[in-house]
Design a protein around this ligand. Structure first.
Ligand code: ADP
Ligand code: ADP
Ligand code: ZN
Length: 216
């Protein structure tokens, strides 16, 4: 049987990307982020990117059809055989059902909820900055780079995502509550839900995740 498929759940700003990068580096499992893949398609001006852009800019979900296409193409590549982490997918019950059908009994799945109180999410999201070159994630309030606007790791320029501005952030949190929150119960009833408190320091959250998922 192929390695575990880890589904990272949690509101925008919970720290899914931050943790996925740490896990990916340490345990060498691919980080499959639908948000990152969609943003890349938008930057490259592909047909798929053009279709996704309007929904992303307004904080709404991109159509299931588009997202399922990119996920299917990605998770069956050979590097995912040893396991992989899904970040930002599934985002609603219908995507979760499609994932289940796609994977069948071939892979063990686990859903990990990174739980964070709503009141700190807005600050995390509006303070988020990403490196254009290497994708590293910073926060002007919680984890600022050493030199303003520049990546500590590669010197690349740090930018704010268009959808991390306050009005779009509010919309995204609403969309999360309506569409994605029901997945917590869904995976609980599937018997594969695990939870960690995501409000602590990122390194502490990481240690908890390693324990909960028994990563080696
Ligand atoms: P998500 O992928 O869930 O939307 P990110 O990993 O991009 O979240 O994190 C959102 C923002 O919060 C980033 O600016 C990141 O630096 C910051 N952040 C992530 N985890 C923590 C944490 N445990 N404590 C404080 N800030 C955090
Ligand atoms: P965050 O975790 O910070 O909310 P993501 O990077 O996961 O943000 O997603 C950014 C945007 O990309 C979403 O607001 C949505 O428009 C689109 N998106 C990402 N993943 C999906 C998905 N599984 N289904 C539909 N839309 C998605
Ligand atoms: Zn960088």
């Amino acid at each position: 049987m192929a390695g575990k498929l880890i589904i990272l759940l949690g509101p925008p700003g919970a720290g899914k990307g931050t943790q996925a990068k740490k896990i990916s580096e340490k345990f060498k499992i691919p980080h499959v982020s639908t948000g990152d893949m969609l943003r890349e398609a938008v930057r490259n001006g592909t047909e798929l990117g053009l279709k996704a852009k309007a929904a992303m800019d307004s904080g709404k979900l991109v159509s299931d059809e588009i997202v399922l296409g990119i996920v299917k193409e990605r998770i069956f590549r050979s590097d995912c055989e040893k396991g992989c982490m899904l970040d930002g997918f599934p985002r609603n019950i219908s995507q979760a059902e499609s994932l289940k059908n796609m994977v069948g009994n071939d892979r063990e799945m686990v859903a990990l909820l990174i739980d964070v109180d709503k009141d700190i999410l807005i600050k995390r999201l509006t303070g988020r900055r990403n490196c254009l070159k290497c994708g590293a994630i910073y926060n002007v309030y919680f984890s600022p780079p050493r030199v303003e606007g520049k990546c500590d790791r590669c010197g690349g320029d740090l930018v704010q995502r268009d959808d991390d501005r306050e009005d779009v952030v509010k919309k995204r949190l609403e969309v999360y509550e309506k569409n994605t929150l029901p997945l917590i119960e869904y995976y609980e009833s599937e018997g594969i839900l695990k939870k960690v408190d995501g409000s602590m320091d990122p390194d502490v959250v990481f240690e908890k995740i390693v324990q909960k998922l028994d990563l080696k």
